[in-house]
Design a protein. Structure first.
Length: 156
């Protein structure tokens, strides 16, 4: 379970969860499970995008502190800023990935899912539409050619 306070433990848990998901999706899930998986991935991608933004901000904050490269504080600041820049780029790419996941999830949300075709069929055959209802046995409310009174469309 997420701690919401320990980023290292939460990141390790997310890593293991994604490894498990990659393993579990080797065989395509049914359509309902696929939709639910897309929903979870949509929210996970959004959370990862936010995490990357926050990590980029943290690395920019490390610049000029105790970050050294070969004992050089200026080089350490430069590297911290470079890391922050890469994380910002990753965040922008993750935002785009989250948008694409959202589009896929929304498209899947308005598609109809049907069961597999019966054994022996190689393709779906559309069902025959139901027959039209028989004509009404009630007499017409007005005779053809007779003047009709407007009764407000209520058929009175």
């Amino acid at each position: 379970m997420a701690t919401f306070e320990d980023p290292v433990r939460d990141a390790l848990e997310a890593r293991e969860a994604l490894r498990g998901l990659a393993y579990a999706t080797r065989h395509p899930p049914n359509r309902i499970e696929a939709y639910q998986t897309l929903e979870s991935l949509h929210w996970a991608a959004s959370a990862l995008q936010t995490t990357l933004e926050q990590m980029a901000e943290a690395y920019r904050g490390y610049a000029g502190t105790d970050t050294l490269v070969g004992g050089d504080a200026a080089a350490g600041a430069k590297e911290s800023n470079k890391i922050g820049s890469r994380l910002n780029k990753a965040s922008r790419n993750m935002r785009r990935a989250a948008e694409l996941l959202t589009e896929a999830w929304n498209l899947d949300g308005h598609t109809d899912h049907v069961t597999s075709p019966p054994p022996g069929r190689t393709a779906w055959q559309f069902p025959v539409p139901p027959p039209s209802p028989p004509p009404s046995s009630r007499p017409s409310p007005s005779r053809p050619g007779a003047p009709s009174a407007d009764r407000g469309g209520l058929g009175l």
